[in-house]
Design a protein. Structure first.
Length: 210
């Protein structure tokens, strides 16, 4: 039993060391490597954008994008998490068909769902900032709280633009652009928080900011 405990302890130490080494590399890496990571998360967002489910009572579909946004802030930190979603928005507006439904173009950013994409950038920045700045965010409850804040930011951007584009009041915009998605987005945040907790270095690792 003692030998098993020692083996388990060694595996745990190596696992924590690997997490710390990755985040240290991410923090100290060259600009080109950070941009490659950001582009990778932009691609992930584009892929998950194709996982969609249309609801009959709102022009906003359920997609997997929010999941990628939540993880981008945790893994890449504030600047490059935000950069990943900025790349997603800019490249999609330039013509790469990776917005929801395989669409592209500037009209998507200015349309009924464009506010959510802009909210992705702000949400990833905020999630990355809090994750990097506070050791307390390394707990499951802390990470989940930060991710729920990020989701709220996405809703604010999305609902405001939806209200403007459709010409409806705030209550109707919230009914169409936020309320139908709260349950599924909480579920995404729970999964993303569990994954983030498994990826982030522990409190004693010495890693604290980008």
């Amino acid at each position: 039993m003692s030998e098993f405990a020692n083996d388990f302890k060694d595996i745990f130490i190596k696992y924590e060391s690997a997490k710390h080494d990755f985040f240290k590399w991410r923090s100290e890496s060259k600009l080109v490597n950070k941009l490659v990571l950001a582009l990778g998360f932009a691609c992930l967002t584009g892929i998950l954008a194709q996982l969609r489910f249309n609801l009959p009572y709102t022009p906003v579909p359920v997609t997997g994008q929010v999941f990628a946004v939540l993880l981008s802030g945790v893994i890449l930190g504030k600047w490059y998490g935000g950069a990943s979603q900025g790349l997603y928005a800019v490249i999609g507006a330039a013509g790469v068909p990776w917005f929801t439904g395989g669409k592209a173009g500037l009209e998507i950013l200015t349309g009924v769902t464009g506010g959510y994409i802009l909210g992705f950038i702000a949400a990833s920045l905020i999630i990355g900032w809090f994750t990097d700045a506070s050791l307390r965010s390394r707990s499951f409850a802390g990470i989940l709280g930060i991710m729920m804040l990020g989701i709220a930011v996405i809703y604010i951007f999305g609902v405001v633009q939806l209200s403007i584009v459709l010409g409806v009041n705030a209550g109707k915009a919230i009914e169409l652009g936020a309320l139908p998605f709260i349950g599924v987005d909480i579920y995404k945040a729970l999964i993303a928080s569990a994954m983030a907790l498994a990826i982030l270095p522990g409190k004693a690792s010495g890693y604290s900011k980008d």
